[in-house]
Design a protein around this ligand. Structure first.
Ligand SMILES: [Zn+2]
Length: 137
């Protein structure tokens, strides 16, 4: 998918816009009758996490700090999508019709909305919002 050209804004404006877009996205999910469990909206730079079954404290390898994930800026969230009626219910896989529809809706909310990690079909439940063109999402 080709994203729209981002509008430059401040960090605070981006956080507020991300919140508004997320609110609209959650309303859209409700209207469709889908469910979600939200995860990792704001990640602290040092935190407790589980890696390979071992509880650790520090910076996890999923949300690396170079360059920092937008989770650290409270402009990203991981949405665990559930679609009642599907055999597997949880829609984790990229390339599903449900995520394609959800991505299209998210991207329609604002030119700065992004999803995934920039590689097609990867990290599909990651929704984010950039504050300038070229920022890693
Ligand atoms: Zn994420």
């Amino acid at each position: 998918m080709t994203f729209q050209k981002a509008v430059t804004m401040t960090e605070g404006q981006g956080q507020e816009l991300f919140s508004r877009c997320l609110w609209r996205f959650l309303q859209w999910l409700e209207q469709k009758g889908w469910e979600s469990r939200l995860s990792e909206c704001g990640v602290q730079s040092s935190r407790t996490f589980i890696h390979d079954g071992v509880r650790m404290k520090g910076v996890d390898s999923v949300h690396r700090v170079d360059p920092p994930s937008l989770h650290y800026s409270r402009r990203a969230i991981d949405v665990n999508l559930q679609v009642p009626g599907r055999a597997d219910r949880w829609v984790r896989e990229g390339g599903t019709a449900e995520w394609a529809e959800a991505h299209a809706f998210w991207a329609s909310l604002h030119p700065n909305c992004r999803f995934g990690n920039g590689s097609a079909g990867s990290d599909d439940n990651h929704l984010s919002l950039i504050i300038r063109e070229g920022e890693k999402w």
